[in-house]
Design a protein around this ligand. Structure first.
Ligand code: F0G
Length: 352
């Protein structure tokens, strides 16, 4: 049908859905695959972005959360819990509200972008801030959910990856095949694992091709690249400020089975990409998302992405999530003029 009723409805046959599973939805998914004409020309590749920032809570987490919360409700749970750098908690809070159950979120104090925090407040989550990073928060909620009547909805919950794999389906549905390369930010490493699962399942059921999976960690949080956990990860891209990814092994499998790679991008590369996609293509994605574009630039430069390749970069979250970073790294000067037509006219004529 022409009406989009969300992921559980649309991809039902690919998801763990039975007659007891509520078809929860905020009409998530079906996000646009946007061709970047200017960047494609500059790089000599064919570059699209999957703009996940257009999901109901502004990130790809909605795909996994709709599935995880639906299964929690099916199993009779009254409360979900997660650790988060901000987007998972926004999605958990929204879908819990929608389903009529509670959400408890545990977040690193002072390290969650303003828009994400505002979402958790508005959706009515119980919010616990800790003096600790995401990895520590995740360890806490894993232990607590083992022995308490709360359902863990971080991506170690397998239903999260089931929901998130649908983004790979959508890319194949639009392109008619997989791209040559799927470029994606890596934080806790759930999403790269979910995409690979999705591409493999579609290849099996629909005969579509398989991409090479190119994951990008922030340099100050690049545990997989370094080959060891990082106790104190740091990056301006707070979404992926993670030093011990829970899906580490799955991400390495995605990399190795696809003949792909996982590498690191610096904060400077991330910020350059962040500004570039907004100013040159009109797409405002959050800094963590821009890691995929930063990575595409790096990989074209070092030759690991060949000229002429068909590349899809995932933009995982909306730029509006993090207004403080946007304002602080922007070089725009706002001019103050008097409330006077002549003065403003002269200023504008000077610009033309
Ligand atoms: N991009 C954004 C905007 C994110 O919020 C995250 C993860 C990632 C990329 C990385 O995805 O963890 O599956 O490798 N955010 C989590 C959160 C950790 O709590 O919102 P991943």
């Amino acid at each position: 049908t022409a009406i989009w009723n969300g992921l559980l409805h649309h991809y039902r046959e690919f998801l763990p859905i039975n007659s007891n599973t509520p078809l929860l939805t905020l009409h998530e998914g079906n996000t646009p695959l946007i061709y970047l004409a200017k960047l494609s020309e500059e790089l000599g590749i064919d570059l699209h972005v999957k703009f996940e920032g257009l999901n109901p809570t502004g990130s790809f987490k909605d795909r996994g959360m709709v599935m995880a919360v639906a299964k929690a409700v099916e199993e009779g749970s009254k409360c979900v819990i997660c650790a988060s750098t901000g987007n998972t908690s926004a999605a958990a809070a929204a879908y819990a509200a929608r389903a009529g159950i509670e959400a408890i979120i545990v977040i690193p104090k002072g390290k969650v972008a303003a828009g994400k925090l505002a979402q958790a407040y508005m959706y009515g989550a119980k919010i616990i801030e800790i003096d600790g990073n995401f990895d520590e928060a995740l360890q806490l909620v894993r232990q607590i959910s083992d022995t308490t009547a709360v359902t863990l909805v971080n991506s170690v919950n397998p239903y999260r990856l089931e929901g998130q794999k649908t983004a790979a389906f959508e890319i194949c549905d639009v392109l008619g095949e997989a791209p040559d390369i799927l470029a994606i930010p890596v934080g806790n490493a759930g999403n790269i694992s979910a995409y690979w699962k999705g591409f493999r399942e579609y290849a099996q059921k629909k005969g579509t091709s398989l991409p090479k999976m190119f994951g990008y960690e922030a340099e100050g949080a690049a545990a997989i690249v370094r080959g060891e956990p990082i106790a104190h990860p740091e990056t301006i891209a707070t979404a992926i400020r993670i030093g011990n990814p829970a899906s580490w092994l799955l991400a390495e499998m995605a990399r190795d089975e696809s003949d792909g790679k996982i590498s690191a991008v610096t904060d400077e590369e991330i910020l350059n990409a962040y500004r570039l996609i907004a100013s040159k293509e009109g797409i405002f994605a959050e800094p963590g998302s821009a890691a995929s574009i930063a990575g595409v630039y790096q990989s074209v430069a070092d030759g690991s992405i060949a000229k002429g390749s068909k590349v899809v970069a995932v933009l995982t979250g909306n730029g509006l999530k993090d207004p403080d970073t946007a304002v602080s790294v922007s070089s725009v000067n706002v001019v103050t003029l008097s409330n006077n037509e002549q003065e403003i006219r002269e200023y504008i004529e000077g610009l033309l």
